[in-house]
Design a protein around this ligand. Structure first.
Ligand SMILES: Cc1cc2nc3c(=O)[nH]c(=O)nc-3n(C[C@H](O)[C@H](O)[C@H](O)COP(=O)(O)OP(=O)(O)OC[C@H]3O[C@@H](n4cnc5c(N)ncnc54)[C@H](O)[C@@H]3O)c2cc1C
Length: 375
């Protein structure tokens, strides 16, 4: 089969693009190295903007999203180590999903829309055979051809590496390492997602409740990776938790987003393009959104002849990149001064600012409060 588009990776970025492109009548082949449901280390926290986006794209109404979620929280907590800065309610819920379930659900939606999905197929190579077709090879020896390729294959993206994007200084400087562990929910009475500052200089720790367990994690830039286990140990000890098993680790793009993730007939979306918000580490929203924008770019290219290498970066610039740049600018300032937030008068100021800040998190406005967002 010669597909119009081969999508590598069936996470949120890949399934979104596959769903839309198939719905528009294109022949889509999606390959994932895993069989679904597959494990994915993630906090699984969906902000309101993510829920709204998923509802709009996949036509999943809020009650169905609630059923898909492990937990729906109408509040949150912000702490500086053990000291509370803020414990507050929210007008919009945070949904906490188990990624194994969430990703499998959305991949099924893509399949229902007409995408052919090959699970357990690891892509090991790709190269242009002629100006019109790309060749994709899998570990099982399958050779596939496509007019276009979308790399949605996560932070260690093979597609990105094959395109020749630099993996060196700038990319590595913007990578974070995250550790995460699951403990039984009864071990700690936490009903809302909590964020803990002060254990690392370039990130934070978290406690995210699900139905039966609680995810405890910590993430910081790779420059701090040497001390991350010790920092995680301090966090756990402050919570009074003793682990029976070691945490699992995973990389997160954390400020190394690519401005132009397009080369020839190949596009990158989601973590593969580094599209994660560099203050909060929120990636699910940006994976869905960039998957959608990549699909729109392909459609505009095919229907109106817009050059792919121009139209996709343009759409990203219009819809995603300003927000990521603003978050990156704020990050140093915010984490450096985190210790002040639990003390007056800063604590009081933070209380006054909490609604606009929450609006930013939920996507009702940009960081610098300049423009209302629409999804
Ligand atoms: C510990 C941790 C906690 C996080 N918590 C949150 C959170 O609470 N909220 C949030 O919004 N974000 C969170 N993130 C970020 C979020 O998980 C990612 O940004 C998001 O999963 C990106 O989606 P994606 O579709 O781009 O890639 P992924 O979800 O990583 O999917 C990539 C897919 O590609 C497949 N693949 C990879 N290589 C190949 C290959 N060679 N051939 C075929 N298939 C391949 C993989 O099997 C995978 O299914 C967290 C990340 C970590 C590490």
């Amino acid at each position: 089969m010669i597909a119009d588009v081969v999508i590598v990776g069936g996470g949120p970025a890949g399934s979104t693009a596959a769903y839309l492109l198939s719905g528009w009548g294109m022949r889509v082949l999606l390959l994932d190295k895993h069989r679904f449901p597959r494990p994915k280390l993630c906090g699984g926290l969906l902000t309101a903007k993510t829920s709204a986006l998923v509802s709009r794209i996949f036509g999943v109404p809020s009650p169905e999203l609630d059923r898909l979620s492990e937990h729906v929280a109408w509040g949150y907590g912000l702490y500086y180590r053990r000291r509370p800065i803020l414990e507050d309610s929210t007008e919009e819920p945070f949904r906490l999903v188990r990624r194994e379930v969430y990703d499998a659900f959305l991949l099924e939606k893509a399949r229902e829309a007409g995408a052919e999905v090959l699970e357990g197929e690891r892509v090991v190579d790709l190269d242009p055979e002629d100006p019109e077709r790309m060749v994709i090879r899998t570990a099982k020896g399958r050779v596939l051809k496509a007019r276009f390729i979308l790399g949605a294959d996560g932070v260690k993206s093979l597609v990105r590496r094959r395109l020749g994007f630099s993996e060196k200084a700038a990319w590595r400087r913007g990578l974070a390492l995250a550790l995460e562990v699951s403990i039984p929910r009864r071990a700690l009475p936490v009903a809302e997602p909590r964020v803990y500052l002060g254990y690392v200089r370039t990130g934070y720790a978290w406690a995210f409740p699900r139905k039966e367990d609680l995810l405890l994690g910590i993430g910081a830039l790779l420059s701090e990776a040497g001390g991350l286990s010790r920092a995680f140990g301090e966090f756990l000890s402050d919570l009074g938790i003793e682990l029976r098993q070691g945490p699992r680790a995973h990389l997160i793009p954390f400020g190394n987003f690519l401005r132009r993730p397009a080369r020839g007939r190949v596009l990158l979306a989601g973590d593969a393009a580094g599209l994660v918000e560099p203050l909060l580490g929120e990636g699910i929203f940006y994976a869905h959104r960039s998957g959608e924008l990549a699909a729109r770019a392909l459609r505009l290219h095919l229907e109106q002849g817009h050059p792919l290498e121009e139209i996709y970066p343009f759409l990203l610039e219009q819809n995603i990149l300003p927000q990521l740049r603003q978050a990156l600018k704020l990050r140093g300032f915010f984490f450096r001064r985190a210790h002040l937030l639990s003390r007056n008068p800063f604590r009081r100021i933070w209380h006054l600012l909490r609604r606009p800040c929450l609006d930013v998190v939920h996507g009702k406005r940009h960081y610098f409060l300049s423009r209302w967002m629409s999804f």
